[in-house]
Design a protein around this ligand. Structure first.
Ligand SMILES: Cc1cc2nc3c(=O)[nH]c(=O)nc-3n(C[C@H](O)[C@H](O)[C@H](O)COP(=O)(O)OP(=O)(O)OC[C@H]3O[C@@H](n4cnc5c(N)ncnc54)[C@H](O)[C@@H]3O)c2cc1C
Length: 430
């Protein structure tokens, strides 16, 4: 495996060709130094618990793309409320980054999930949460069930172009009336001959205004709510698919979030992923990966926010000394960094167990719960130490404060995580 991975990753680095730098220098770049590796960076190429030199080579190639193709434009895309998903996904697809743990047959690198975690951690270097989230939807939320259970025909039509970056995917689970309680979705797909006729709607669809296809969860029968749902590959250009609006959000600004309606949309019955009626189970299965991915993604940004806060408070003087030299500030930053390290250990332990085939639902739920809460604490404390600068839209800390608020809500709210943990602890009332 290591030899094959090394060859593939050398290939990734070879494949990638940088393009123009572009962009402009913002106030945030003037007041904070993002050019150096944080002194608190834990990553090392020797003796890492789960990463090999191949993981680090992969991370390095992603960092180059981020520095050259994404970060110079983030402020503009945040202001515009959308990033060019097709253009960016094509660049990532060319570099092999959209399918590191997907089958080689469909354009993936065939590596294990630890490489996905490494990719996610590295994407945390993007200077906003919206773009990594959009990439995560493509790689670890809309496509895992298709890769595992889809027919060869479906994988050829939808998975392969998504891994190559030729198609943008979205995930249609949540609805206006059903978010935390996925079993109560109302969208129906009624069988008519060799087609399904779909009616209903989806809410909060990341990538929704740009997507070429949706991994749609719909009720395909009137049976019990956990056994009446199917996942369906739905081309977004079919007659009857309406993008009602792009939702205006407090954070994740560069990620487009759509409300979508289906009005008698006809889709071939062969577009069902795996077995009809298994959609709820398939959706729940991929949550372990989705949650670990989300935790990995926030860790790097937390490191950067702490480091930029150190840099800023070291040079900003109040009462004749740097803000950082006040004990309440450097002690608090030390506490936060300690919590980040604890979370990283939990993530890497859960990842190591997962790639050995263990069920890590409990650890993944704990990590996701902790990530959401820590991000809120960290964003709030660090922003405070920037004073008025922290309250501007020009610094990463304020963007992190807004973007990371979603972690406690999306992909299973904190309370949903607590419910799962309680189930494993056998503490729920019978
Ligand atoms: C920016 C953004 C992007 C998103 N992207 C997608 C996407 O691409 N695809 C998709 O399908 N969905 C997406 N979502 C939806 C997201 O997964 C849901 O918002 C989330 O599951 C919560 O559902 P809800 O918003 O309906 O809140 P509700 O289900 O109404 O819950 C409201 C609150 O109730 C509380 N709660 C929940 N369960 C319990 C409980 N058991 N006990 C006590 N309190 C509880 C929680 O505090 C929760 O926040 C996205 C959401 C946002 C905001």
């Amino acid at each position: 495996m290591a030899v094959r991975a090394a060859g593939q990753i050398a290939g990734i680095c070879h494949l990638y060709r940088s393009s123009s730098l572009g962009g402009f220098r913002t106030l945030s770049q003037n007041v904070s130094s993002s050019k150096h590796t944080p002194s608190n960076a834990p990553e090392t190429t020797v003796d890492h618990l789960i990463y090999t030199p191949e993981h680090f080579a992969l991370k390095e190639s992603i960092k180059k793309i981020i520095d050259q193709e994404i970060n110079p434009h983030v402020d503009q895309w945040e202001a515009e409320g959308k990033f060019p998903a097709h253009r960016i996904f094509k660049i990532l697809g060319n570099a092999g980054i959209l399918g590191v743990n997907k089958p080689v047959e469909y354009g993936g690198l065939g590596l294990d999930f630890s490489y996905s975690v490494a990719v996610s951690e590295e994407l945390g270097n993007i200077r906003c949460g919206g773009i990594p989230m959009a990439i995560g939807v493509q790689t670890d939320m809309a496509t895992p069930a298709l890769a595992r259970f889809g027919s060869h025909e479906l994988k050829t039509e939808f998975l392969l172009p998504s891994i190559l970056g030729d198609k943008v995917a979205c995930l249609g689970v949540s609805e206006v009336g059903a978010g935390s309680d996925v079993s109560s979705i109302m969208t129906k797909a009624v069988r008519e001959g060799d087609e399904y006729v779909i009616n209903g709607g989806k809410m909060w669809t990341t990538n929704g205004t740009q997507a070429d296809w949706m991994c749609l969860l719909a009720n395909t029968s009137d049976g019990p709510p956990h056994r009446n749902k199917s996942l369906i590959c739905l081309p977004m250009d079919l007659p009857g698919v309406h993008i009602a609006r792009q939702i205006d959000k407090m954070g994740m600004r560069s990620s487009d979030t759509a409300e979508v309606f289906f009005d008698d949309v006809r889709v071939p019955s062969k577009n069902v992923i795996g077995q009809e009626g298994m959609g709820f189970t398939y959706q729940m299965l991929q949550f372990q990966e989705e949650r670990l991915w989300a935790v990995a993604n926030t860790l790097t940004t937390m490191d950067i926010v702490i480091q930029e806060t150190i840099d800023y408070t070291r040079q900003r003087k109040i009462f004749k000394m740097p803000v950082l030299h006040h004990q309440t500030v450097h002690f608090r930053l030390a506490e936060l960094q300690t919590e980040v390290e604890l979370l990283r250990s939990l993530l890497h332990r859960a990842t190591a167990l997962f790639i050995k085939g263990n069920d890590v639902t409990k650890l993944a739920s704990m990590a996701k719960l902790k990530a959401g809460r820590l991000a809120r604490e960290l964003g709030d404390s660090c922003l405070q130490y920037w004073g008025g600068m922290g309250f501007t839209n020009d610094v990463l800390v304020s963007r992190f404060y807004r973007d990371s608020r979603l972690i406690s809500i999306g992909g299973g709210a904190d309370e949903v995580m607590l419910g799962i943990i309680c189930k494993y602890m056998d503490t729920l009332p019978k």
